[in-house]
Design a protein around this ligand. Structure first.
Ligand SMILES: *[C@@H]1O[C@H](CO)[C@@H](O)[C@H](O)[C@H]1NC(C)=O
Ligand SMILES: *[C@@H]1O[C@H](CO)[C@@H](O)[C@H](O)[C@H]1NC(C)=O
Ligand SMILES: *[C@@H]1O[C@H](CO)[C@@H](O)[C@H](O)[C@H]1NC(C)=O
Ligand SMILES: *[C@@H]1O[C@H](CO)[C@@H](O)[C@H](O)[C@H]1NC(C)=O
Ligand SMILES: *[C@@H]1O[C@H](CO)[C@@H](O)[C@H](O)[C@H]1NC(C)=O
Ligand SMILES: *[C@@H]1O[C@H](CO)[C@@H](O)[C@H](O)[C@H]1NC(C)=O
Length: 463
């Protein structure tokens, strides 16, 4: 699996502007289109003048029509910022086909309809006619996504009967909670016709401060760094906390990227997406600290491009696939739009909000009665379970005390007797601990992930 997705170890950089070719005429939004049998639909929605968002909807072949057990729809939100859900989430994680275009047995289409989107605009096949239209904040992205939902749901009565579950990975979690609030508001105002089923936060970057604070202690306990590594890490974490407290978000992002480099170096190349692995691509020896700090802030680091073949996932070249076979199939992607797995430009535009926490939004959603599910892979480092548990403990939600005291239940999958995870639930908050999984839970543990998503969405299809 290729892996520069989501909040990668990206370092702020000045990137050449790939999106600057658009001028008025070309950008006429193509109408939605799809396969003859109606099982797939895709299109561009102009979410603001000049800002075009690409979406791809799959109707499940198992879809049922029982008013007492409504068929669910999943909106998948990839991270980054700037990683393509249409490409990565779809072909590498949960869609019906893998990157070799072979059927994926564990596709979530078994349980729900799937809606992929290249979010925010500028990501994947989505594009803007002028870079000034790229989003800077999670809230701006949420507003665009709300307009997309209005365009897709308001004109289809069948879809309106299906509860929508917003399922996020990594940075996508911040969009999921801001979208949840924005969608609720639009629903209340009568502008959006949709049932919000719930919000699902998979290894999500909800509280950057809690994640960065978890890295050093976790790696020290795992013998992956020594005391001096821990000390440097802790001092950078203090800097980050101070920046966040002072509202110096750009500075926080810069120090974050430096901390990542320090962790890579002091751990001798730990993989941020699975702390049992190496990235296998450390190139430059770390130079003197201050010099390194300057260096790392200037450069877009590419070490995440190294491939990792995950269990069951065949390696294909996603870039070629998306710019050739898939582009031809879709038929409406403008010539000038080149698909990339992560847009450097979108990341760069988002870096003011990158370190901003979204715990308050989770609290508001919990108090509004929205079902929130959190799941986390045991071996993830970047959005570690330790960090997730730390931000959950900061919730002001009144059910929290009871939730924290409750026991967890073990989870198994199919006929396998080994423990696959743990689960607990109180009122509208649920938490899944998924064992033997890194950042990409559906890839690392497809069996338990499919069961989990079926349960969360109350899918009529039971396994
Ligand atoms: C495919 O998935 C189904 C249902 O989840 C399971 O019963 C079956 O064993 C799987 N087949 C393979 C080849 O993995
Ligand atoms: C992009 O938008 C800015 C601000 O509205 C404007 O000044 C600029 O001319 C636009 N660029 C193009 C290529 O249209
Ligand atoms: C509405 O969505 C359903 C479910 O995907 C589909 O079967 C139907 O054709 C859609 N209707 C329209 C008018 O697009
Ligand atoms: C929300 O969660 C509660 C408790 O787990 C459950 O009873 C309810 O059906 C869920 N609602 C939806 C829309 O999933
Ligand atoms: C601690 O780790 C760093 C980075 O790997 C190394 O340079 C240093 O020599 C180590 N210090 C001790 C005391 O082992
Ligand atoms: C799903 O629900 C079934 C039935 O309640 C339960 O036995 C199983 O452990 C659940 N699995 C997951 C992964 O939530």
């Amino acid at each position: 699996m290729r892996k520069p997705h989501f909040l990668g170890l990206l370092v702020i950089s000045i990137v050449s502007t790939v999106l600057s070719h658009f001028h008025g005429g070309l950008a006429m939004a193509a109408p939605a289109t799809g396969t003859q049998d109606g099982s797939e639909r895709w299109g561009y929605t102009q979410v603001r003048p000049g800002a075009h968002m690409f979406w791809w909807y799959y109707k499940s072949p198992f879809r049922t029509q029982n008013p007492n057990k409504p068929w669910p729809i999943i909106l998948w939100l990839q991270g980054g910022p700037g990683a393509s859900g249409v490409g990565i989430g779809n072909f590498e994680e949960i869609g019906p086909l893998d990157t070799s275009l072979n059927p994926r047995n564990s596709t979530w289409l078994r349980k729900a309809d799937l809606l992929f989107v290249d979010n925010p605009v500028g990501t994947g096949y989505s594009f803007v006619e002028n870079n000034t239209l790229l989003v800077n904040t999670d809230d701006e992205a949420a507003r665009d996504l709300t307009r997309l939902l209005i365009a897709i749901f308001n004109r289809n009565k069948t879809l309106q009967k299906s509860p929508l579950y917003i399922v996020a990975e990594s940075y996508g979690g911040k969009y999921a909670v801001t979208l949840g609030l924005s969608a609720l508001k639009a629903i209340k105002a009568g502008k959006l016709k949709l049932i919000l089923g719930g919000i699902v936060l998979g290894d999500s970057w909800i509280s950057p401060e809690d994640f960065v604070a978890s890295w050093g202690p976790l790696l020290k306990d795992l013998s992956r760094i020594n005391n001096s590594g821990l000390k440097i890490s802790n001092s950078l974490v203090e800097e980050i906390k101070q920046h966040i407290a002072n509202g110096e978000m750009m500075e926080a992002t810069k120090t974050w990227s430096f901390l990542e480099r320090v962790i890579i170096y002091t751990s001798n190349d730990v993989d941020f997406y699975n702390f049992l692995l190496d990235t296998g691509s450390i190139h430059e020896p770390m130079i003197a600290t201050e010099q390194f700090r300057k260096f790392s802030n200037k450069r877009y680091s590419r070490y995440l491009d190294s491939l990792r073949v995950s269990a069951g996932a065949k390696e294909g070249d996603l870039h070629t696939l998306m710019n050739d076979v898939i582009r031809k199939k879709l038929g409406i992607i403008p010539k000038d739009v080149e698909w990339t797995d992560v847009s450097d430009l979108v990341f760069e535009y988002s870096n003011v909000d990158f370190m901003r926490p979204r715990i308050d939004e989770v609290d508001i959603l919990l108090n509004a009665g929205v079902n929130i599910t959190i799941y986390n892979g045991q071996l993830d480092l970047i959005c570690s379970t330790k960090g997730t548990e730390a931000w959950v403990e900061k919730l002001k939600w009144q059910g929290l005390k009871t939730f924290l005291k409750m026991d967890r239940s073990p989870l198994y999958c199919a006929n396998d007797k080994t423990t696959k995870g743990f689960f607990k639930s109180y009122k509208n908050l649920q938490f899944y601990w998924i064992l033997n999984s890194g950042h990409f839970v559906p890839v690392d543990q497809p069996c338990i992930s499919l069961d989990m998503v079926g349960n969360i969405t109350q899918s009529p299809v039971t396994s």
